[in-house]
Design a protein around this ligand. Structure first.
Ligand code: F6R
Ligand code: MG
Ligand code: MG
Length: 419
């Protein structure tokens, strides 16, 4: 949170050769170095959870939105948060908040937890489906990470005009953002600014997070582009967690990486992700940020979190999962952040420019559905590990008998724990 700077020579040596005015500046500078001076930063926190929904895992009930809104409105009136916006995509309740507390602030996480608890209580009272589903723990313990909700947070010094885009998806997983985030920040065929804008031309750094091992690696594009792709092409395991502008390490994007099933060790709904991306003036333009979503790429999720299907960008009014509990939906909301206030939102996919994407998504949905229970529509074995399939397969285990003379598969010549 503090400003960072270094002096090559000791302050005393410098002072001898300078007048008092300069000395004054040096004292200020040294105070800044000690962290006495804190840059005024704004934090945007997007925290989401499925606390129960209407008519199956379909859509959040307005009364639960109202319950969460009441909790956040009280926190705003007390000054804990500056501003907020509550919405939903499908069965996920989404809390968008701004404040000055930084990322992972216990008070903010507790506030989100309380809002979810209140909303879950209403869900229970109304008998909504899977009420309280994502709240894996009874008690709050300082941070919602690990307790069920998904979290994307970033802290930055506001530019004079600070446009951001917030993406929220249902019936898919955090790795669904790998392809579009890569294209936004590393693909010159998507983002013209990487080629023609000197402010973007140095490229971006990607933090890739391994959800199985809880470790991450920072890789730089364009130099290490192929290494980045070697990892993030496995979106069930490697997730782009954060993106930084290379020339000044300024935060550019953040994605929630919580994978509910891995935390619970069993299937508890998909890990429907959220992402925040900063736009314009040294970051990709809003249009460059939206462009990769014009391709409805295949993501894991959909029915029972067990199928590949197209990610369909929709306006807020279509943010509900119907056909085969899907297809996976994405909404995008654009805001300006001004002194912590959220100005907006603009419903980013409420535009006929995305009609063809949606039409293509429907064609892909038809095509994939015709595979029924077959891969690659149904997910592969590693992913199915966390669904209800193992309990079906376990019943068959003892019915297998050895086939005499049969050749067993050899171990691969080169093994890696990275896959
Ligand atoms: C996917 C999802 C739904 C449910 C499905 C079965 O993330 O939430 O597709 O998996 O509707 O739900 P249950 O087992 O609750 O009947
Ligand atoms: Mg649900
Ligand atoms: Mg959901």
């Amino acid at each position: 949170m503090s400003a960072v700077c270094t002096l090559k020579e000791p302050v005393s040596t410098l002072v001898k050769s300078l007048n008092l005015k300069v000395l004054e500046s040096l004292i200020t500078l040294s105070a800044m170095c000690k962290g006495v001076y804190m840059a005024e930063k704004t934090t945007v926190s997007v925290i989401k959870a499925d606390i129960g929904s209407l008519a199956g895992h379909h859509i959040v009930h307005p009364d639960t939105i109202a319950a969460a809104t009441k909790v956040l409105a009280e926190a705003k009136s007390k000054g804990l948060i500056i501003d907020f916006y509550v919405t939903n995509v499908g069965d996920d309740l989404e809390l968008i908040m701004t404040h000055k507390k930084g990322v992972d602030a216990p008070e903010i996480h507790e506030l989100a937890w309380n809002a979810f608890k209140e909303a879950a209580a209403v869900a229970k009272e109304l008998g909504l489906y899977a009420a309280g589903q994502d709240l894996l723990s009874e008690a709050f313990s300082g941070n919602v990470r690990g307790l069920g909700p998904g979290v994307a947070e970033m802290e930055f010094t506001e530019r004079p005009s600070e446009p951001i885009a917030i993406f929220m998806a249902d019936k898919t997983e955090p790795g669904a953002f790998n392809l579009p985030i890569f294209r936004i920040f590393a693909d010159p065929f998507n983002t013209a600014g990487l080629v023609i804008d000197p402010k973007l031309h140095d490229g971006f750094k990607f933090e890739v997070y391994d959800v199985f091992e809880g470790r991450s690696v920072i890789l730089s594009a364009p130099e290490e582009m192929y290494d980045i792709l070697a990892l993030i092409g496995t979106p069930g395991r490697y997730i782009i967690r954060r993106v930084f502008r290379k020339k000044d390490d300024e935060i550019a994007a953040v994605v929630s990486v919580e994978r509910l099933n891995l935390m619970a060790g069993r299937y508890v709904g998909k890990d429907d992700p959220v992402a925040i991306v900063r736009a314009q003036s040294g970051f990709p333009a809003l249009g460059e940020i939206l462009e990769p979503f014009s391709f409805p790429h295949l993501v894991a999720g959909w029915m029972r979190g067990s199928h590949h299907g197209p990610l369909m960008p929709v306006p807020q009014r279509y943010a509900k999962c119907t056909r085969f509990d899907g297809p996976p939906r994405l909404i995008g909301l654009g805001f300006q952040v001004k002194n912590g206030r959220l100005i907006g939102p603009a419903d980013l996919f409420d535009d006929p420019a995305f009609d063809e994407t949606r039409r293509l998504a429907q064609l892909i949905a038809d095509y994939m559905r015709r595979h029924g229970p077959f891969m690659p529509h149904r997910l592969g074995p590693e992913e199915m590990e966390y669904t209800t399939l193992p309990s079906v397969l376990n019943k068959l285990k003892d019915r297998f008998t050895e086939v005499k003379g049969a050749i067993k598969a050899k171990e691969p010549k080169e093994k890696t724990e990275m896959l």
